[in-house]
Design a protein around this ligand. Structure first.
Ligand SMILES: [Zn+2]
Length: 474
């Protein structure tokens, strides 16, 4: 007896080398796993279930993977875009006084945003993760978490742009301890839904000694390292000033480029650097929306994919992206890369869909557990209603239009049902585990406090968006 049987569906399994579509398919779930996948007629002959979901004119596919997100700063959504140096000249005045409670209130709504748009796995990379992880537990999401480790002083906004960061090993040690505490308390908890990584913020923000200690710990705990790498000219400038070399050469020399490294952005990496990283077995996480908005650039994913398929997509951060929706990321990734290459044939829809599902799962080290609909894998699935103007009509012959429309036409709000670890988290667009309206109202109130606290700093630091507002553009 199955727990749930989804039938009459177009199942996009993401198995095989493409997208593995089964027309008139069915998926059976028992406990937290996928028990059976196949044709509706055959599965219904053999199985019965406690609960049936009729998915006529609907698509069932693996839940999407957001391989890089900072949910803890989402309370600052929309406060840092359309400017140069978004971090020091946008984010810091608001970020520096953020309390753990405020971060958690923002993170809750941010995760809700992702789930409603079909994200089931979040590589959440932020501080204080010991607080934020409670949101993943409450909502029921799969999370691969790390506490962000750096050796930066709290007053970063006061450091002149271009000055070398003053690294403080006492701060670094304290932050490393929090990441270790996180691993000890949460790794493999909640039926294995929560797993922990190590999270150095970037090679420019952590000393060599601390980076090496983190590497040692990744081996000890047999886990991955989630890190920003070559994330803009800010980082490269710091690396040249401090070590006389660029990020990827430096990381190669200290033995950092291997299968444990999940390298985020690579915005400033050259083709040679990107392909060296790929050859060494590290994975690349591309955040198209975030880097497009905050840097005006398209990172070298095409170059990476010439060598390796260990690649994933991430939505990054809400202050400057400004949304955390993987349908958005898929569309941005395809369009920006086609424009960069001046070639409509690159980054086809099927490939981009793989980045957000099965290839992404492999890139974050969960390829055996999630990312495709296969017997024995964890039951992380979404059901998408194609009875929507933007997803109509469905055409199955002579050519199927399902996958191109998933990538280029869907907005995420067509996701109707979300199942994570065999549990229905969202049904008919409504979250079952948390009160969405209450969470949003609480966020508005908390954000008002955060904004009030930043007033003096925003004026003192002559934040560019303040000037834009005075001139009537905001
Ligand atoms: Zn990031």
């Amino acid at each position: 007896m199955l727990d749930i049987l989804i039938h009459n569906a177009t199942v996009v399994t993401m198995e095989g080398k493409g997208v593995g579509i089964i027309e008139d398919g069915a998926v059976g779930i028992k406990n937290n796993k996928i028990e059976v996948v196949g044709l509706t007629t055959e599965i219904k002959k053999k199985y019965s279930a406690h609960q049936y979901i009729d998915a006529t004119r609907k698509v069932v596919m693996p839940g999407l993977i957001d391989a890089h997100i900072h949910t803890g700063i989402s309370i600052l959504r929309g406060l840092s875009q359309d400017i140069g140096n978004w971090m020091q000249k946008g984010l810091w005045p608001f970020y520096k006084g953020l309390t753990p409670q405020e971060s958690r209130i923002g993170s809750l709504v941010n995760i809700i945003e992702g789930v409603k748009a079909g994200t089931t796995t979040f590589c959440d990379y932020d501080h204080p993760m010991g607080e934020l992880v409670k949101n993943h537990v409450e909502i029921g999401t799969r999370a691969r978490i790390s506490d962000m480790i750096n050796e930066l002083p709290p007053n970063m906004a006061d450091i002149a742009v271009g000055d070398i960061y003053p690294l403080d090993s006492a701060i670094g040690n304290e932050k490393l301890m929090e990441n270790i505490k996180l691993i000890n308390e949460w790794h493999l908890k909640e039926n294995g839904r929560i797993t922990c990584l190590l999270g150095p913020q970037g090679p420019d923000m952590v000393s060599k000694e601390l980076l090496l200690e983190i590497k040692y710990l990744a081996e000890k705990y047999d886990t991955n390292i989630h890190m920003h790498v070559a994330q803009g000219d800010r980082e490269i400038n710091q690396m040249i000033k401090r070590y006389g070399k660029r990020s990827i050469q430096y990381l190669d020399e200290i033995g950092y480029l291997d299968h444990r490294l999940m390298a985020v952005h690579l915005t400033e990496a050259t083709k040679e650097e990107t392909q060296l990283l790929a050859k060494r077995g590290a994975s690349m996480i591309l955040c198209s929306g975030s880097i497009g908005i905050i840097d005006g650039m398209v990172p070298p994913m095409a170059e990476f994919l010439e060598v390796s398929s260990r690649a994933a997509l991430g939505s990054d951060q809400a202050p400057g992206n400004n949304c955390n929706n993987m349908f958005n990321e898929m569309k941005f990734t395809a369009i920006l890369n086609k424009c960069k290459a001046k070639n409509p044939e690159v980054f086809p829809a099927w490939k981009v869909l793989r980045l957000a599902t099965i290839d992404g799962a492999k890139a974050i080290g969960l390829g055996d557990e999630i990312g495709s609909i296969k017997e024995g894998k964890k039951a992380d699935l979404i059901i998408i209603n194609f009875d929507k103007p933007n997803l109509s009509p469905i055409i199955l012959s002579p050519i199927r239009n399902i996958v191109p429309n998933l990538v280029y036409a869907a907005n995420g709000n067509e996701v109707e049902t979300v199942i994570i670890d065999g549990k229905i988290i969202m049904e008919e667009g409504k979250l079952l585990t948390v009160d969405e309206n209450k969470a949003v109202l609480e966020l508005h109130k908390a954000a008002e406090r955060v904004a009030n606290r930043a007033v003096e700093d925003v004026k003192r630091l002559e934040i560019p968006l303040l000037q834009m507002m005075k001139e009537g553009y905001l």
